[in-house]
Write a protein that binds this ligand. Sequence first.
Ligand code: FES
Length: 499
Amino acid sequence: MSSISIWKDKAEESFFSPLRHDITVDVAIVGGGITGITAAYILSRAGKKVAVLEARKIGEGATGSSTGNLYCTIGSPGLHNVKSKFNHEKIKEVVESRAAAVNFIEERVKEFDIDCDFKRVPWSLFTEDEAGKSFVEKEKKAAQEAGLAITENFSYPWKVNEGFTVENQAQFNPLQYVVSLAKSIKSANCSIYDLTKVTDVEEGDVCTVTTAGGKVTASQVIMATHSPKGIYAVHMNMGPYREYAVGVTLNGTYPPAGTWWNMVKPTEHYSMRTYDTSKGRILMVLGEMHKVGQKENNHECYETLKKYLRERFDVASVEFTWSAQQFKPADGIPYIGLSTGNSKTYIATGFSADGLTYGTLASMIISDEVLGKENKWSDTYKASRITPIASAKEFIKENVNVAVEFIKDRFTKTEADEFADVTIGQGKVMEIDGKKHGVYRDETGKLHVVSAVCTHMGCINHWNEVEQSWDCPCHGSRFSIDGEVLEGPAYTALNKVIV
Ligand code: FES
């Protein structure tokens, strides 16, 4: 069983050299996922000199962990909830703008002849029982109000209590798409760097972006990093969540082509689809969401998904497991554009689980803004907006949660008193010289000790047993066993302690 995402099975490798000297460009793009590479495409085509700085390899962050589904509706909190926070016009704008982003991807696939298994498929939302019925009914009505043509013809051959379908949505291999697009656009105007971790961005008359290999001087910066690196007001307006994916082969019948969302709880769905790999046809299911760093036994999440599949299908083998992160915005709408009115830094975040479509849309909006062109959706997603009424409930919920985690972890007893309490494969928080540390013992018995204090804003990290990482429960930063940043908003590694 592989613990990497299914897309790597078929995607070609990317090989972009790290940055090794100082450069000057018009726009520095931090992050080489779908948002960053799409923005690089649009801006370099328009004559701007751009540099993409990717900490890992192109597409291997959030883009490579996604489901590869493209749709003009949205997942959580659902169109009906966005309508209740704003109005009927807002959901029309969301659906229209997201449809434009899906079309944009299809056009790039054709333009560059990208072999990423792009195909148009139906998207369906349904529930098997009463649990998610109310959500489905409200969502059906909202989808119609947003101008979507829905059908109730279900080709899903298993139990459906209530549901509806929107035709002509899409699926692809997101990693292959982004890697191919990056290779196609690399030019004198568009430089792309793998393994180039940004450690600071400073704004002055110009912006200075610092990496280990060199500085990038730019007029503007685009933070295409899922959650913007550093400290931004939007971090207080978003909740970081982790979820899990399992891919299996079946002995029996597979669901037909399409994106299948089953409301398994009143406000939560599992997402299912198939994909053909070197291991045969795979049925994948993604779900079991929880706040980052706030699930003690996250092995359970995989087990619950496997049980779900086994109860409905004749599962032959489990071939893939991986996990993914998402950031939920307080008012249900992503934050796209300048971080504040007088900043030179653009942000694109709060995509929930709808990031492939929103990432593409974000790059379309931000590129227009950089180029001084009007974009009709700029105001809808404006990053510096204040929506006190629409955001109030989620804002309070997420920030009370952050405050509770911050205080609780400082005053509760640590998980280990001495190194001997940490057995092989375990990670525990332990006090050393009066300070909280994360202690992990690897398979050889060696200890890996790092400060447990998150370098973003000081919360105490928690051990993630499945992924063997230190995860921050406040704004979702994640760190390796030796303290390296795996996921922002933190810039800086955890202090490593030699024992
Ligand atoms: Fe903000 Fe850790 S991510 S304090």
